[in-house]
Each structure stands twice: as C-alpha cells, then as structure tokens.
Design a protein around this ligand. Structure first.
Ligand SMILES: Nc1ncnc2c1ncn2[C@@H]1O[C@H](COP(=O)(O)OP(=O)(O)OP(=O)(O)O)[C@@H](O)[C@H]1O
Ligand SMILES: [Mg+2]
Length: 252
C-alpha cells in the first residue's frame, strides 16, 4: 500500500485528569479514501481527530502524516496544518465577516500572516473562493453574514472553505449532527462528492450508522478507546453493532 495520508501506531491518549480516551489505536487512511468513524458517545472519536490534526500530543505511540510524526519538525507541523481541512458540528465560521471572506480564510495558511490577519485577498483568490461557493451551489449568498444562512447552508460554506484550502485530507467531527436528516444528506452529498472528485481523503465522525454505511468506503468503530471493528460497510452486521453500541443499537 502507498504511504497512508495518516497512520497511528499504538496511539494512546490519556487526558490530564487520567481519562484514557485512546488505547493502542492503529488507524490508517489512504489517499482519497472516505472513512466513517462511529461509536458511542465517549468512545474516543473526537479525541482521535484532535490527535490527527496535532491539537493533542500522544501520551504513547505515534501519529504519522505522510509517514512522518506530526510533530517531528516545525516545517512538518506547518505542512499538516496546511494539508488538513476541518469541518465541525457547529460550522466554525467567523460571524462578523461575509460568507466569501469565510471561504477565503481557508487560504490563510498559505498567505503571509498580515494578509491572513487583515483578510486581504487578491482578485485571483476571490475568484477561487467564488468557484468554491459555486461547487456547493451557494454562490448567490456570498455577501451575506453566516448568521443569515440556514445551518445546512453554513456547513456548505465550511465545505467551500475547506475546498479553498486544497487539503489532502478533510477531518469532519459530527459534521451533520445539528442538521435535520434530509439536510444532513444534502451536506454529506456535497462533502463526499467533492472529496472524491478532488482525491481528498475524508475522516468523518458520525452518530448515524445509516449515514456511515451510505457514504463511506470503510467504517471504523470505536469502543472504550479501542478499535472494535474495521471494514467495509457491508461487514457492519447487527452482531458488530450490538458489540459496539450495546443492546440498544436497534434504536439508531
Ligand atoms: N478535555 C478532556 N479532558 C478530560 N477528559 C476528556 C476530555 N475530552 C474528552 N474526554 C473524555 O475522553 C473520552 C473520549 O471522549 P471523546 O470526546 O473523544 O468521545 P467521542 O467519541 O467524540 O464522544 P461524542 O460522540 O459524545 O462526541 C470520554 O470519556 C471523555 O469524557
Ligand atoms: Mg465527539
């Protein structure tokens, strides 16, 4: 297999209060792969994403980005920040600037600091931002403030922002948990389609097993900080779900 985009080797993460959130997790994602991470609340899904993007430093074990530890050098850590796009449950948009500026913030990591700070963008960059908004079919909203958009539209802005960053991988922590089921599908359709078209890998933490099955190439299920299942959606049987979620899995 080609070098994975991300790989963890016996990754352990214990929070300062002693909570063991991840226990010897071996996880990998290849270029362009779409992986859904599922598991009960508290299983360690968000902690995994925070370790991948370098926000948390492993207690033991390693997180490799393109085969090198995330924190190996300052230059490599910078490359991780530039190549890793993020989308969040609560969209993470800047309220006081326009939709287009929010999208262009995706470019900020590639600009001199002062331009990022003052939201100063070239006409070419603005064109790139407008094209990204067109990809998520929200171009007509470019002048609005995020608060004047619906939740689904705001998450599409966040997808456009990530697209503008031209990342190698998109990390999505519960990207559709605050949306109704129909809007959730619309948003995931855009995110997954764009990732597939651009060859961007995607790791999405999802609470919905149905969405995980529907949109991913591979499902990784966490239980108590360990990987309890890993495989294509077709192998996600009722037995596996009972093991991961307990007896009440049928409610999902
Ligand atoms: N900052 C923190 N300090 C201490 N413990 C934490 C912290 N963040 C998370 N935890 C604990 O680590 C474990 C894993 O939490 P995590 O947020 O990764 O779970 P999750 O699978 O994302 O859950 P959810 O589905 O509710 O988002 C839980 O026991 C949680 O209480
Ligand atoms: Mg979480």
């Amino acid at each position: 297999m080609a070098t994975p985009v991300f790989q963890t080797v016996k990754l352990c993460l214990t929070y300062p209060d002693g909570t063991q959130a991840l226990r010897e997790v071996d996880f990998a994602i290849g270029a362009g792969e779409v992986v859904a991470v599922i598991g009960k609340s508290g299983a360690g899904k968000s902690t995994l994403l925070r370790c991948l993007n370098g926000l948390l430093t492993p207690t033991k074990g390693e997180v490799l980005f393109r085969g090198r530890p995330v924190h190996s050098t300052k230059a490599h850590a910078r490359m991780v920040r530039r190549d890793v796009g993020m989308i969040f449950q609560n969209f993470g948009l800047v309220p006081r600037v326009s939709v287009l500026t929010n999208v262009l913030i995706g470019r900020a990591g590639q600009l001199p600091t002062w331009r990022g700070l003052f939201f100063w963008f070239t006409p070419e960059e603005r064109q790139l931002g407008l094209r990204a908004l067109q990809r998520v079919e929200i171009l007509d909203q470019w002048q609005k403030r995020p608060a004047d958009l619906s939740g689904g539209q705001q998450q599409r802005v966040a997808i456009a922002r990530a697209l503008c960053q031209e990342p190698a991988v998109l990390l999505a922590d519960e990207p559709v948990s605050s949306l109704d089921p129909a809007t959730a599908r619309v948003v995931l359709d855009y995110a997954v389609r764009i990732c597939r078209e651009e060859g961007i890998a995607m790791v999405a933490n999802l609470h919905s097993v149905a969405l995980a099955r529907e949109y991913s190439d591979r499902v990784v299920a966490f239980k108590d900080g360990r990987v309890a299942f890993e495989g294509p959606p077709t192998q996600l049987t009722d037995e596996v779900l009972k093991e991961v979620y307990g007896e009440h899995f049928a409610d999902f």
